[in-house]
Design a protein around this ligand. Structure first.
Ligand code: ATP
Ligand code: MG
Length: 555
């Protein structure tokens, strides 16, 4: 039986092209981010797709910063985008900037003017919009449409030389004001913007529109398969028109559906609002759907690649359950993360028959899923921290943890029998009392007993203190971008919970920023960037099971 997955529609196209010997069987893709924000999970899937196809077909993939709009682009974003791609496990063959092509694009525009296929228009933006017509009515020709080639050449050069103010003139392609596709009704090619550009400085005051820059940039780089998201499907005829009229390398555009994710928003504009208005602590806040946020939260790069592969590519807009991404994260961490013990909500357990002043060192396997992961030593004593929820004075029948008369195993140590508890004046449990069975020692158990519950613990004498940050969905509804009202109305006010007094095994205090581990029974965690030598801080990456789905079912 073949394990091979069937080809997706882009792979089918590429394999046909290779078989037909198109461009000598060469495959060359590109990832073209606009450096106006940090990359999010949607971009990550596009990266996996573009770089993945190049890898699969022994081709190449360029990184091209689509920086034709001077208003919003910043160098900070360029750096972060580079970092994120590398972290995801990909390397680009060439790094280019659309702004590198400004000179070339200007020449292309001049070529079209000379062919009588472009003209300078003095109409205002409102006038142009009014002349556009509608889906049911044709547009009207601009009064400037029939300027002579000479006049157009002169005016376009003057536009470039800064003779005109923003909005005073535009350059438009001369196609057809009655074209059924509104994008082909004499689309804008250039606009005047007296603005500083992050790379070209003040050299240019005219900037090409997306439609005149993107396809030409693909063509200059001899991109064979230019993959973009579905909203560009109607731009494809224009993409082809420019390439055909200029007679340049015939790159081809293919569209696939954007990937959206439940309980979050994906547009950079919306993410920027969350950052600027302080709803989160920066682009790399672990609740953000950005690559940097999810990396900080402890999501492994391999989980992104797996996720992207699993969802495949679609031709129709869809929204993917964030639970699937979390599943990929869990699957990966289950194999790679060491198991450790940490008590998030501590209460003291006293083993009344254990000799005072004694310490034993137990050895515990680091990861049962990985025999090369080794083992570590965990100190044990008379007083331990356990989770408050692991004790109940009056428990229901199926409570297999500590309740008077019940027995549990302390992980990697002994079986203990619960005797009762000590409470303060307000009735809060402050100590749980147990006795232990010396003959039940883990690895050398001669007690003959089997117990239903195993709980984790940390020795009071040896414990170190840590801070733990627990995260929940950033939004309360599945699709905040399309829910009623403003998307920010749906922010979950309890998306972060900080536990400032968590007890951890002494060994764990050595962990460094970015290290991931499983806190037994509590989930996968990683050491946060904010950690210092004095104060170690953990993020919960993901819970062990999908507690969320269960919770939803109950409601
Ligand atoms: P946003 O609307 O989030 O700002 P964008 O499309 O404007 O996204 P770009 O920087 O232009 O962002 O995108 C770079 C590449 O990533 C494009 O090829 C785009 O198609 C792709 N991309 C962006 N968002 C998604 C998504 N949600 N799913 C898949 N691909 C995406
Ligand atoms: Mg964009």
């Amino acid at each position: 039986m073949s394990e091979e997955k069937s080809l997706n529609f882009l792979e089918e196209i590429i394999e046909e092209d290779i078989a037909a010997g198109l461009h000598g069987g060469r495959v060359h893709t590109r990832f073209p981010p606009e450096p106006n924000g940090y990359l999010h999970i949607g971009h990550a899937t596009s990266i996996c797709l573009n770089f993945g196809l190049a890898r699969k077909y022994n081709g190449k993939c360029n990184l091209r910063f689509d920086d034709t709009n001077p208003t919003t682009e910043e160098t900070e974003y360029v750096e972060s985008i580079r970092n994120d791609i590398k972290w995801l496990g990909f390397e680009w063959d060439n790094e280019f900037y659309a702004s590198d092509y400004f000179e070339k694009l200007y020449e292309f525009a001049v070529t079209l003017i000379k062919k009588g296929l472009a003209y300078v228009d003095d109409s205002t933006a409102d006038e142009i919009a009014a002349m556009k017509g509608s889906t049911t009515a044709p547009g009207t020709n601009s009064p400037y449409r029939d300027r002579s080639i000479e006049e157009n050449l002169r005016l376009f050069e003057e536009m470039k030389d800064g003779k005109y103010k923003d909005g005073e003139k535009t350059l438009r392609a001369k196609i057809d004001m009655a074209h059924p596709n509104l994008l082909l009704r004499d689309p804008l090619m250039y606009r005047i913007k007296h603005e500083h550009h992050h790379r070209t400085g003040d050299k240019w005051c005219i900037y090409p529109m997306y439609d005149f820059a993107h396809g030409q940039s693909d063509s200059i780089e001899e991109i064979t398969h230019s993959i973009c998201t579905l909203e560009f499907i109607h731009h494809r005829p224009l993409y082809n028109w420019f390439i055909e009229k200029l007679g340049i390398f015939p790159s081809k555009q293919y569209e696939f559906a954007r990937r959206n994710l439940t309980y979050t928003v994906m547009s950079k504009r919306k993410l920027l609002q969350l950052v600027n208005e302080g709803h989160v602590n920066g682009w790399d806040d672990p609740r953000m759907p950005t690559v940097s946020g999810m990396r900080r939260r402890g999501y492994p790069a391999a989980a992104f690649r797996r996720f992207s592969d699993t969802i495949g590519i679609a031709k129709r807009e869809n929204i993917v359950d964030i639970g699937l991404l979390e599943f990929c994260v869990r699957e990966h961490l289950n194999k790679t993360a060491n198991r450790v013990m940490a008590v998030l909500d501590p209460v003291k357990l006293v083993i009344t028959n254990y000799p005072e002043g004694t310490t034993e060192n137990f050895t515990a396997e680091n990861n049962p899923e990985d025999e090369n992961a080794g083992s570590r030593v965990i100190p044990f004593g008379r007083e331990l921290w356990i989770e408050r929820e692991d004790f109940m004075e009056e428990a229901p029948k199926k409570f297999f943890r500590l309740t008077p008369g019940n027995m549990v195993r302390l992980k990697s140590a002994y079986i203990v029998k619960c005797e009762g508890c000590v409470k303060d004046d307000a009735g809060n449990v402050i100590e749980v009392h147990c006795s232990y069975l010396p003959e039940s020692k883990s690895g050398n158990d001669t007690s003959g007993l089997t117990v239903k519950g195993t709980i984790h613990w940390v020795s009071v004498e040896h414990a170190r203190t840590a801070e733990v940050r627990l995260y929940d969905r950033l939004f309360k509804v599945e699709d905040p971008a399309n829910a009623e009202g403003d998307f920010k109305d749906h922010i979950n006010p309890d998306s972060m919970q900080v536990l400032s007094k968590v007890y951890i095994e002494p060994e764990l205090a050595k962990a460094g920023v970015g290290d991931t581990m499983q806190f037994m029974r509590k989930g996968y965690f990683c050491v946060d960037l904010d950690s210092t030598a004095e104060r170690i801080i953990f993020n919960r990456t993901v819970t062990l099971k999908d507690a969320w789905a269960k919770e939803q079912k109950k409601n």
